[in-house]
Design a protein around this ligand. Sequence first.
Ligand code: SAH
Length: 220
Amino acid sequence: MMKHALSGVGMTSRRTRARMIDRLRDQGIRSEAVLSAMSAIPRHIFVDEALASRAYEDTALPLGFAQTISQPYIVARMIEVLLGSRASLGKTLEVGTGCGYQAAVLGTLTPSVYSVERIAPLLTKARQHLRQIPELLVRLKHADGGIGLPEAAPFDSIIVAAAARQVPPELLQQLASGGHLVLPIGGREQYLCHVEKTPEGFSETRLEMVRFVPLVAGIE
Ligand code: SAH
């Protein structure tokens, strides 16, 4: 790929990305670690070329296969909640790789990211996107993340990019002590749910309303 494709020009330039970061600050994102990770990752390489000029708008964009890449604010918000007051995300599982954008942001924050996707062709695309940022090490797997990733558990952080009806018990089981889980819960009406595994058990906090594609069982 030509060098300018990664750094971006015009609507995909570094300046456009800086505006996205300013907007995230205005929207209330406070974590400098998250803001700097999002400013490090060129979002336009994760969306179809026809949509690249819209990559830094605060909007969800179609990925194909009826799936969407989350709007930047939601990515930032979820990772900010996931990190909390910890210095690092530690070993992290993402359920729902999609185009790989959020996996790349996570990979900027921690050297240990596992991301699983149930739709094989999406995973292939995500691999192509992530290959353009070779310094990132993100382990991708074609799997049903609704049952977590037992072979790599326990995780210090788990983030889910698709809405479940209730918190999948497997994900709770695969959370390390002191670990955090952030996921959308619901059907038509969804809210962001933050679960922390404390020595006393699980503490659950309900955050803002959101809109995600559903978590679907099985792989295709
Ligand atoms: N984080 C992604 C957003 C993807 S949208 C990004 O940055 O682009 C949610 C993704 O979750 C979709 O790709 C969908 O196929 C996937 N998904 C839904 N149910 C799943 C499951 N049980 N296991 C793994 N992936 C799942």
